[in-house]
Structures are given as C-alpha cells and as structure tokens.
Design a protein around this ligand. Sequence first.
Ligand code: BG6
Ligand code: MG
Length: 225
Amino acid sequence: MNKTGVIFDLDGVIVDTAKYHFLAWKNLADSLGFEFTEAHNELLKGVSRVRSLEILLDIGDATVSEEKKQEFLISKNEEYLKYITKMGADEILSGASELLDALDDLGIQYVLGSASKNAPLILKQVGLYNRFLGIVDGNSVSQAKPDPEVFLIGAKKLNLKPENCIVFEDAIAGVEAANRANMTSIGIGDKKTLSGADYNFNNLTEISADFIKDLIEKLENNKEQ
Ligand code: BG6
Ligand code: MG
C-alpha cells in the first residue's frame, strides 16, 4: 500500500480558469456599474463562489438583498459555464499531464481538492476526470479554504493520514488550508505571494520526477522515526 498521496488544487494548478472567472465577474460588475480589474480578480483566487461575490460587492461598495445575491450567483455561474464548456485538453497547464504521468509511474495515488463546484465538469472537459482516485470539490465541503476541510476529506479518500499527503496549490488560502491540515504544501506561482508554502515553484514544468521521488522518500523516512 502507498504511504504517501497527493492532493491537487484545480484552478491555477491544472487549468487556468481565473481568466474565465474574471470575465464572468466583470460582466456582473459592469451591470452593477462599477469597475472590476484583473488586480481585483487576484483577490478571488482559491476563494469560494459565495465569498467571491461578497468581495466583489465590497469592491463596488454595493449593498444588495440576500435574494439579489442568490440571483447574481446563478447568473455569474451561467456566464462562467459558457466559457468552461468550451474548454479542451489544450487548456491543461504545462507540466500537469507530465506530473500525473510521473506519479502514475511511481505508483502514487492522487485526488482533487478544489473549492470549485464546477471541478468535475472542468476535469471532464479537459479529459482528466478519470485519472483521479477521487474528487473533493465545492459541493463536498461546508467550510471553504483556508479551512483545511477540503484537504482532510481528500486524505480520507486516499486512505492516508494528513501528514502523509502533499498538496499542490496556487492560492494563499489553499496553502494555508494545506498547512492547517498538517500536510506538505507546494506553492505554484509567485514565491513571495505563496511564502507560507513548504516548497515553491513557478509552475509545474519546474517539478522533476526526482524532486517528487526525493520528497516522498523524505516523508516516508520521517514517518518511520
Ligand atoms: C476556486 C477558484 O478554485 O473555485 C475561485 O480559485 C472560485 O476563484 C472557486 O471562486 C469557486 O468556483 P466555482 O466554479 O464553484 O464558482
Ligand atoms: Mg487554485
């Protein structure tokens, strides 16, 4: 049996959907009459859909009823779906397929741990759905990242203790969730932004099979002590 497993965030690690979230949120902001920039969009990375709307409304200094919020969540997602239903395998980020291949070769199992309720659809669109042992998404959790719940459920799916799990994340909230879960966090993206991660890489192409092998060996040796 495997002693180590991997949990992948989806958006920003395996696919770049931030640009589609941006277009859909911007559409809402436009209709409400305020500006929503790419810099604002950064604040929504890794954050749940509901929390994203709250942040967006704060940016526009807009106060709306609970009913309107529900309407906005639906219309934003309908707009977002228009983009993601057009996605294909060409939108898998560089290095992701190679990393999954390397894990397969090493016999290391992996699951998805994403805040997105659209995660299964996106994985199917890009043809990676069947490669994951399990999917934990925004529908499976009651607490959003930085709460560790999504990754702790992932560890259960892997049948491993949290300390035996490695997490790949591109968002500050996700790195914090992995650390709070007592897992090894690997930050993908800007090193300064993700300074809380145990390891940092700009993107998945920088991760070699040797790095993974060494990390797994290190974790397994620690366990035996
Ligand atoms: C995360 C994204 O993966 O999913 C966030 O980084 C997004 O930006 C969140 O808000 C929820 O996504 P969805 O698809 O459920 O609206
Ligand atoms: Mg992400």
